[in-house]
Write a protein that binds this ligand. Structure first.
Ligand code: F6R
Length: 365
């Protein structure tokens, strides 16, 4: 049932091109328009929203973080991304002009479900992004969008995450188009790039030799740092979670600009630092941060697009992703980092599909 793979996690990582394609295909017409048959949001509803909350746990929360940039950029309204267990005991400022997006692979996470109910009580409109048809969250939400990732068995979430990312991108474009806050050129450009993602994801999976080689150099380390700026920081947080949950190595993700406010003190000779550096707006700044850690002896692995070949001068290894528009780099950048976490865990002899102390679906608080 693992289809020839050693673990479900690896199988699911390799299923991503298909999962992404299955999630996109039913929603993009031949002439490049987004259609979300399952969503009943009208232009009037969308115009009314003055705030968006995205609430989830764990990996789904990281997908939410990435969506914030897109929603704010295209819809011109503020987005708050919160962890469900924090949201539900906080004092969220939501009302009938709020769009609440909940993201959950299983659709059963207790805190996420409770957050959804709280938002509904306060009058918010709730849109759920989930992978399980008929799940509690799908039943409670006003609108549901399914990620068509297929069953995810490994505790560590992979294909659910990348499909959440593409679906959240599609919803933000869809709403922006209805609201009239995105240009036709931008809309067309991004859709074109979204449709290319399965092929680009596949090209990463077709060549993993370097990832395995790098793993040999870092798997014995008890501390690994991930750095990035903006969406690259969000990807770093997801990559760091993946590593710690399956390999039990301690890792932390940091906004690259924050290093010198404390954590730089932890960098010593050979400390692995994994730098995701894909955003043109902050490329030079992130490169300076790479030089800072390199000067302290870090072993630096960069994740970037093929167009940034010059980065080889400054780092120890580069994991390239195909060239892709800035808004969508996270979908591709996370893939080599999922694999890196996987191979580190294999080398450390861990129980990959069922890490200690963790359950696939957290239905208790
Ligand atoms: C990490 C992981 C968890 C889940 C979290 C939310 O790899 O899988 O962090 O993302 O427990 O679960 P769902 O998405 O089912 O609500």
């Amino acid at each position: 049932e693992k289809g020839g793979y050693d673990h479900f996690m690896l199988k699911e990582i390799y299923e991503q091109p298909k999962a992404i394609k299955d999630t996109i295909s039913p929603r993009v017409t031949k002439d490049g328009k987004i259609k979300l048959d399952d969503v009943s949001l009208t232009k009037e509803d969308i115009d009314k929203f003055n705030k968006v909350y995205v609430v989830a746990c764990g990996t789904a929360y990281h997908a939410g973080l990435i969506s914030k940039t897109l929603i704010e950029r295209y819809l011109n309204i503020p987005v708050v991304v919160d962890i469900a267990s924090e949201f539900r005991y906080g004092e969220p400022l939501i009302d009938e002009n709020t769009l609440m997006i909940v993201v959950s692979q299983s659709g059963e996470t207790a805190d996420t479900l409770a957050a959804l109910k709280l938002a509904k009580e306060k009058g918010a409109r709730v849109l759920a992004v989930t992978n399980v048809v008929g799940s509690s969250i799908s039943r409670e939400a006003d609108d549901v969008l399914y990620t068509w990732a297929g069953p995810e068995i490994a505790v560590a979430s992979t294909k659910a995450h990348t499909t959440q990312l593409v679906l959240l991108a599609l919803v933000s474009l869809y709403m922006a188009e209805k609201k009239g806050t995105i240009s036709k050129e931008k809309y067309d450009e991004i859709i074109k790039e979204i449709v290319e993602l399965p092929r680009k994801a596949q090209s990463i999976l077709d060549n993993t030799d370097l990832i395995e080689e790098i793993t040999e150099k870092i798997y014995k380390n008890e501390h690994v740092f991930y750095i990035g700026r903006g969406m690259d920081y969000d990807v770093s947080r997801e990559a760091s979670l993946k590593l710690k949950e399956i390999s039990y190595a301690h890792s932390e993700a940091l906004p690259a600009g924050e290093l010198k406010h404390g954590t730089l003190a932890l960098i010593e000779d050979g400390t692995p630092v994994i730098a995701t550096i894909t955003q043109s707006k902050t490329y030079e700044k992130a490169l300076s941060n790479i030089k800072e850690v390199k000067a302290r002896g870090a072993y630096v692995i960069a994740v970037t697009q093929e167009e940034h070949k010059e980065i080889e001068k400054y780092v120890d290894s580069v994991l390239y992703i195909p060239d892709v528009i800035d808004e969508l780099t996270s979908v591709l950048a996370v893939i080599p980092l999922q694999l890196l976490a996987y191979y580190v865990a294999v080398n450390r002899g861990c129980s990959i599909d069922k890490p200690r102390n963790l359950a696939k679906s957290v239905t208790v608080e």
